[in-house]
Write a protein that binds this ligand. Sequence first.
Ligand code: NAG
Ligand code: NAG
Ligand code: NAG
Ligand code: NAG
Ligand code: NAG
Ligand code: NAG
Ligand code: NAG
Length: 678
Amino acid sequence: MPTLASIFLLFATAVEAVSSTWPMVGWDAYRNYGFYLLRPHDITREISSYDRKNANDDGFVGTYSCLYNTTAGRCVIAEAQSPGQISSIWFTYANNSVIGVGDIQVELDGHIVLEGIVQDIVNGKKGRPFVWPLVGNVNDTSGGNVIKVPMPYQKSMKISTSNNPHFYHVYYRTFPSDVRVHTFDPKEHADDVWKAMLAFGVADPKSLSVDDFGGMSQTHMETSKTPSTLQISGSGMVDQLQIRIPEIVGAYTVTDDGRAFGKGGSSSFTMRVDPASSRCCITRRLDKTIGHQKASVTVDSQAAGQWQDSGNSENATFYDQVLELKPLFTQGKSSISVKNTFVSSDLDFNEFYYATHCIHASGEDWALTDLLNVGWNNQHDEAAHNYQIAGQTWQGLRQWYHYSGDRASQAQQSIDALDSIYIEMEFDGKQTVSQPIGSFFGVALGKSDVRSLLLSVDTFMENGAFTCWFPMPFSKSTKISLSRSGKPVSANISVNWHEDQKFQSNHCSKEWGYFSTQHRRSETTTGQLWSFLSKSGSGVAYGVTHAIRGFILPPNNTLEFLEGDFQTWYNRTSPGPFKDAAALGTGTEDFYESGWYFADAEVPPYGVTAVPYGMPLTGLTQSEFEVLDCVGECLSPLRLLIPDSLAFDDGVSMNIEHGPVGDNINAEYETTAFYYAV
Ligand SMILES: *[C@@H]1O[C@H](CO)[C@@H](O)[C@H](O)[C@H]1NC(C)=O
Ligand SMILES: *[C@@H]1O[C@H](CO)[C@@H](O)[C@H](O)[C@H]1NC(C)=O
Ligand SMILES: *[C@@H]1O[C@H](CO)[C@@H](O)[C@H](O)[C@H]1NC(C)=O
Ligand SMILES: *[C@@H]1O[C@H](CO)[C@@H](O)[C@H](O)[C@H]1NC(C)=O
Ligand SMILES: *[C@@H]1O[C@H](CO)[C@@H](O)[C@H](O)[C@H]1NC(C)=O
Ligand SMILES: *[C@@H]1O[C@H](CO)[C@@H](O)[C@H](O)[C@H]1NC(C)=O
Ligand SMILES: *[C@@H]1O[C@H](CO)[C@@H](O)[C@H](O)[C@H]1NC(C)=O
């Protein structure tokens, strides 16, 4: 009988060369995107500082934060013996620093592969491959600290810290014993992966080359011929799904941090553009309560225009100002360097976000080509774009700002449309997706900016695209449609797909699964876990989007449902005994790799201060309070599990608690779980 590993080797080598005999190991998870491959006996576990009595002592004082202490006095937080991989490490300590954890040592197969002060590592000081966005600190995640470099090992793994780390989690996998892996080598920088990661939310990470907006070779582009239905015949994989629904406008409130300059300017920031475009433009999000802001713009050191007088507004108002560039500034270029110089203003010139869009030579729509989020929570994004500011007069937060114009009723209609417009997908005649479009893209609370490796929502352009980069294989046919109460909606669907014969016949042997989702929306029930995913049989889960509609008002703790922990069981479809869980976490925002109720590092952690953030694998897309149909505090986080995806052989029950003990605090929850199954 062939071993499991050799079956995979056969499947893999029969059709294409893959770098590893077992799927999704090490950097391969971000190169080959073999999401659809089933992985029998590949078990992802989460070990954390969770309360062993299933109460709420999850790390505040570190009761359960050391599995044991070594004779040298180090605190061991994770340990395993078998082939496997460390997939995710997360800490939160203070709301603005992780200094308290001290240093970390990661030992694989008897060798130390990572050693240093945790704060330095999450700040990116260790250097490649431990750089943003593969690591992130409290400012990047609104309260958490993450190390997302996958680290495989053949025999053993041990992670220790010098101090009691308080809150932490480690996701790791154990592979079948006959799987051979290359132990993680920190000298391998995987620059290709890093570059693809840097384009998160903008370009298909599967195409790897961020300069190539045409996509992969042999790519077919198809656009819906009849409104809101698209069909493909053949055998292959959808790489990109893009949807435009003109009736849906941006969310009503937006919270963002930014900067302003007086005499001076912001300079030399690099933005990607499409070399094969006929037109490109830059969009700037600004605070319009500062009146009459003007600045001149150079592109690659040549005068390219002006940010014209933006007018003013007495109320808390954001405004997106667009500057179209003459073709000579972008044609044939894959990036441009932008400089803004102060001209005049009632006070100063502010900037919160920059986006670039281009219209491809053969296209008609403005396509997003880059994003730069300005502000102290985005210092790594600023550095990655080489953004600099001179004569800074302000840095800070604009909370619950509105966009100008009468958007309230339109925004509420859009929230309703995000709920009533269904996306349906059929692969080889089997329907695996049928749910509201809003929850699918992580924007059930309103069309907000989504910037992640596999899901993206563009709000910086009218009719900006909803984009999904989950790979979607099929043997014979695919059908994707949008409808409302069974009727077509006015929308465009387009996909990039490529032919791949390996999907033609192998499905019957159950080596890969179809892209699928499970969606739920209801009030949570006291005493019952919230189920993200309940599925029998075999498959692999890749993450969730979550909309929380809270209805608790101050002075009560408006966010107390967030005390609920992630809890997952395999080999069953409903929650089992606590002791049998494979993943046990410490809190809801901790599952989303943030911390302290999504606290911003600059404002008190309790109350209504959550600031949206985006990392490739985690983010918070909206945070609002008592606006439109949001009764209390409403939040929409998301988490993608890639190296730490949850493979299951005989069922999975993936859940989140709500409240500190016994699921005792309720809210309305809406979630979409993404998975692949036969
Ligand atoms: C290990 O040492 C830490 C202090 O660094 C202490 O807080 C913790 O209780 C100890 N844990 C065990 C299991 O001895
Ligand atoms: C500003 O907001 C207040 C309160 O919401 C409203 O009454 C007023 O009309 C607004 N002013 C403008 C210029 O929009
Ligand atoms: C977060 O940003 C603030 C404001 O710029 C800065 O003072 C602080 O050092 C940053 N924190 C980290 C961990 O980099
Ligand atoms: C669909 O795209 C075509 C071509 O870009 C455009 O003419 C049409 O208006 C679009 N329809 C909708 C509903 O967006
Ligand atoms: C706060 O919680 C208490 C106890 O559950 C409840 O009686 C009260 O109505 C709540 N207050 C508000 C403002 O929600
Ligand atoms: C699931 O059940 C199988 C067969 O009994 C067992 O080998 C495997 O270890 C179980 N998985 C987990 C995560 O408990
Ligand atoms: C951090 O939390 C403490 C209380 O736990 C609070 O007093 C303080 O304002 C917070 N600091 C920051 C910078 O958010």
